[in-house]
Write a protein that binds this ligand. Structure first.
Ligand code: ADP
Ligand code: MG
Length: 260
């Protein structure tokens, strides 16, 4: 089925749109989105991140730009740039600090996210990453219907019911006619700093098996890394690439190859 897609403004040209999904919150969707953005940016791509998780917005904090405000001009809404030049749009840039958490109904959330696509002056972007709200409910579905998404990344963690999540994502992707680029398993294992062994803290992962069964690639398995949590908390994710560039490089390489 074909759906009418929203269009960007005349000041914007976006080559690829990638939506990042998860079954539930807290599995690291925003961290994974940010890591991918940082890695693509380091390779010289123009990258934007659209924070569509209004209920659990964390992209501005991860990049240390949570006290910024978006400038609104006659052209539209200007995104906020991070220290390496990733352009970010989030509802928090439009709200006063005093505002309570966003408890909007689905249709209003969907409309706002669409507006972040149509009315934000993104400029030229190679990749726009969308940090979707968790789940495969109405809001993610409407967004996938109305924005020209080129691929979906499903983020899961070992304690997740990954099979059910992947199944739901596959169904949704089929309905939307959008390819699933693959699964990223976050908090996959803990690498013992002394013995260099992988320890399965959350039990044995079955991501590999599920990916194989469903014929989807397991793109990468990201370890539990206290340093990553710390940098996200301090708003310094852009430094993480220096700590573990092998991981982030291979992740972003796979994504660029798949979307060529
Ligand atoms: P989501 O967007 O799915 O709700 P977040 O990306 O906000 O999840 O991550 C939830 C919490 O887990 C954050 O405090 C984050 O710093 C931490 N976290 C995410 N991934 C990892 C990881 N691989 N290792 C350690 N902590 C992580
Ligand atoms: Mg999040």
């Amino acid at each position: 089925m074909a759906f009418e897609k929203e269009k960007t403004n005349e000041f914007t040209n976006i080559k690829k749109v990638i939506a990042i999904m998860s079954g539930k919150g807290g599995v690291g969707k925003s961290s994974v989105t940010s890591l991918l953005g940082v890695s693509l940016r380091k390779k010289g791509y123009d990258v934007g991140i659209l924070d569509a998780d209004m209920g659990g917005s964390s992209i501005p904090k991860i990049f240390g730009i949570n006290s910024e405000k978006a400038n609104i001009s006659s052209r539209g809404i200007d995104p906020v740039s991070t220290s390496t030049g990733i352009k970010v749009m989030s509802l928090s840039f439009l709200l006063d600090k005093s505002d309570s958490p966003v408890i909007w109904r689905g249709p209003l959330i969907s409309r706002t996210i669409k507006q972040f696509y149509t009315d934000v002056v993104w400029g030229d972007l190679d990749y726009l990453l969308i940090d979707l709200p968790p789940g495969t409910g109405d809001v993610p579905l409407t967004i996938m219907q109305s924005l020209p998404v080129n691929g979906i990344i499903v983020v899961s963690s070992p304690q997740d019911l990954v099979k059910i999540i992947v199944k739901k994502s596959v169904d949704m992707a089929k309905k939307m006619n959008v390819p699933i680029l693959g699964i990223v398993e976050n908090m996959s294992y803990y690498l013992c700093p002394d013995c260099r062994k992988k320890i399965n803290i959350f039990g044995k992962s079955n991501a590999k098996k599920v990916a194989k069964e469903m014929d989807i690639e397991l793109i990468t398995q990201i370890p539990i890394d206290p340093k990553l949590a710390q940098l996200c908390d301090e708003g310094k994710i852009e430094i993480y690439d220096k700590i573990n560039h092998l991981l982030t490089d291979s992740f972003s390489n796979k994504i660029t190859l798949k979307l060529r």
